[in-house]
Design a protein around this ligand. Sequence first.
Ligand code: KIV
Ligand code: ZN
Length: 506
Amino acid sequence: MSDKIIIFDTTLRDGEQSPGASMNIQEKFRLAQQLVKLNVDVIEAGFPVASTGDFDCVKNIADRIKDVQVAGLARTNKKDIDAAWEALKFAEAPRIHTFLATSDIHMKHKLKMNREQVLELAVESVRHAAKYTSNIEFSAEDASRSDLDFVCEVFEAVIKAGATTLNYPDTTGYALPEEFGEQVRYLMENIPSIDKAVMSVHCHNDLGLAVANSLAAIKSGARQVECTVNGLGERAGNTAMEELVMAVRTRADRMHVHTDIVTEQIHASSNLVTSITGIHVQPNKAIVGANAFAHEAGIHQDGVLKERTTYEIMNPRDIGLTEGNIVLGKHSGRHALKQRIESMGYTLTDDEINRVFGRFKQLADVKKEMFEEDLESILMDEVLRIPETYKLLSLGVMSGSKTLPTAALKMIIDGRELEGSAIGVGPIDATFRAIAQLTKTRSKLLYFSVNSITGGTDAQGDVLVRIEDEGKVVVGQGTDPDIITAAAKAYLNGLNRLVYLNKESK
Ligand code: KIV
Ligand code: ZN
């Protein structure tokens, strides 16, 4: 049997560090449930000391999610480690993940510490964590730009202090695959107690090499890879889980290792992360991009029809892509809908089923065919709904080639019904101006996009906005067969998130 690669998923921690990717407690919990279905080995649920909101999210996952290790991040100080443990202590398999930089650049300019001090602090912190658990990961931040012999010294010392996983991050995404592989090999050969710990890597994608570097590290003996769904993460992101896993699987002939990931859950996981964060993957993104299995050239189409493997190195079914996923029609009953929702991985209360069913019927009345994507968008709205300080009651818009675009709307704001209207450059501008007047928001619209969820002119419009208020950036999403209404919903969803975020961080 080949060696197993431990998949450490950090979508909820490093992934959330992507600008605009902040997730609330229910969204993180829902994503953690999906990560269990994907069968990741470790979920890094957050950085408990960072805020009470972060602490609560980690605790909520640690307390309620089973069949997976749950990790919490901590700097190398007692306060961070104590907070991490407090959040993690009821998890089935808790892991404290503590980190300290080892590169000369970081030690000199950021930490203002010398090597002896860093070594001592690393050991002291791991010893402190060991009072709570034997599952301890130590990361040498900016390791790939550190003196390798110093990293060996630190890793050897932390193993003796109780660390069971040693993480070697390419924090700045600077390394090249061959070089990174050599570095990991050097560590494997020069840490005397390496057999008592698992070697892990955590690569950033600044040069687009995170997956390649992780694969090179595996070749050199790393047995844990840290990654995120859709490659989300700080700056250019982290190793994309789906790419790493499918590379290991598709090229098992050369890699000689395996993961325990249920690859059929990849597509659903990617969609969920997109829905929650509002960050779409580019169409040509490997594995999960809309074009990843689309064949445009006639010669290719012809080849695939004759024999799929002529141009396909992976079977789309292996990542959970199925064709013709028409879900149900307007005559479908509550029971059929419930079954379909369960097959999509959701477990809902009766009240939630009733709400989803109501929305489903409304949409099915105006749309001929209902796709899984339509149902997913209703589920996102109804199940992961955040409290609605602002709620749209009705919207009327006038526009046309000879008409001054005007929007009139009714809203409920903090329980009070209010009406407003505005004119604008176009119908969406008019709608947003009317909303801004009524809500008195000072937020700035950073980004606006419209897509259709499925094909056809009766498809639902899916609008995404990114808005900023006092340095906080949130994403708002709205779907509706009418794109102006979808835009209004997206804007209000963003504003509601801002209110929620401000309350959560207090
Ligand atoms: O990029 C990095 O170095 C990190 C560490 C905390 C592992 O995210
Ligand atoms: Zn990172």
